[in-house]
Unconditional design. Structure first.
Length: 350
């Protein structure tokens, strides 16, 4: 029993676009109220080992879902070690590639390149045949929509027509096909903030124990003036498109593409509000909307009798100021109180 009288309770937050290049950083996510992460491509063996240890209660950390590989239409998968196999080497290759991801416990597939739409469509079909979901940098054109692509990662990063702008017909197509979108504006915003203020992360006392060495942020810190301007323009277009998607009634979920620090979801919430969503709508994207994109909304995403108890208890109201999502008092994960002081003892990023 927890006496949280006078405090604010919201569901646990989710990062649907994580890259767990350092699995030893995972405890930091639960420390900051991110109770579920979905990995979109990292070295699989260490990730699965850490995910299993967290699920068994041996290590603190969020619930970890993963795709196992990033699937390519020019080679079947990427192990994050630059290894792949030509998908048309034989007619059964795609089936075996998805079999392999399933064998490692993957819950979804992520398709990354789209040079052959028919190959991507077969990847989706094979995933759905096994009860796995499918997401990708692209969720169109029509072959992917017809195959049943479940979600799209990022605003932009697709073939030219949907890259710089998403026009109304494309948004209507996403709505009709019930394709969820994970904008990942935080990735661009963090790059801008850090490039303009290199000491930014050092000034965040609560985050300091979780910040790795500066070389992990090298591309953000070394942006030229021209590159910074381009990133700023991309971020603004992403905010404009996010607002259009929300007004059209699409399901949005929070994702970050940020592996270096565990506060990316909080940055994404701020960016969703900057896009025109209310704090309540942004929080829904980080909880209920994210759970729907995961296909886990029967168990996660809202506070209801019968659902898994993932809770973030706050000292201040995020509906008054979305930045209050970081004013964390306690966290409950899978019905158990998280010992944040113990997490501080195990976090030693380098």
């Amino acid at each position: 029993m927890i006496d949280a009288e006078g405090r604010i309770v919201m569901p646990g937050l989710m990062d649907l676009h994580a890259h767990t290049y350092r699995p030893d950083f995972l405890p930091g996510f639960i420390y900051f109220g991110v109770t579920t992460v979905r990995d979109q491509g990292s070295s699989m063996a260490p990730l699965v080992a850490y995910a299993d240890a967290i699920a068994a209660g041996v290590l603190p950390g969020p619930r970890v879902g993963y795709g196992g590989f990033q699937f390519y239409s020019d080679y079947a998968f990427d192990s994050e070690q630059w290894q792949g196999i030509e998908p048309e080497a034989d007619p059964e290759h795609i089936k075996r590639a998805v079999d392999l991801a399933e064998a490692f416990g993957a819950q979804h597939v992520k398709t990354r390149t789209f040079r052959r739409w028919d190959i991507n469509a077969r990847m989706i079909t094979e995933a759905h045949r096994r009860g796995m979901r499918a997401t990708g940098h692209c969720s169109h054109l029509l072959p992917l929509v017809a195959a049943g692509m479940d979600a799209k990662e990022h605003i932009g990063l697709c073939e030219p027509r949907g890259n710089t702008y998403m026009y109304d017909d494309l948004i209507q197509l996403f709505k009709a096909a019930d394709i969820g979108v994970v904008p990942t504006i935080a990735y661009l915003d963090l790059a801008m903030r850090l490039n303009e203020r290199p000491a930014l992360l050092d000034q965040d006392a609560e985050l300091t124990p979780f910040v790795p060495s500066r070389d992990n942020f090298e591309w953000m810190l070394t942006l030229t003036a021209e590159e910074r301007q381009r990133v700023a323009a991309d971020a603004e277009r992403a905010r404009e498109t996010t607002a259009k998607l929300w007004r059209a009634g699409l399901t949005l979920g929070t994702g970050t593409d940020i592996w270096q620090i565990p506060t990316g979801v909080h940055i994404e919430l701020e960016q969703l509000v900057a896009s025109g969503l209310t704090p309540e709508q942004a929080i829904h994207a980080g909880t209920g909307g994210a759970a729907r994109i995961l296909g886990a909304d029967k168990d996660l995403g809202t506070i209801e009798v019968g659902k898994w108890a993932d809770l973030v208890i706050l000292d201040a109201d995020p509906l008054a100021d979305i930045r209050n999502s970081r004013r964390i008092w306690q966290i409950v994960h899978n019905g158990r109180l998280v010992d944040r002081s113990e997490i501080l003892k195990v976090m030693k990023p380098r």
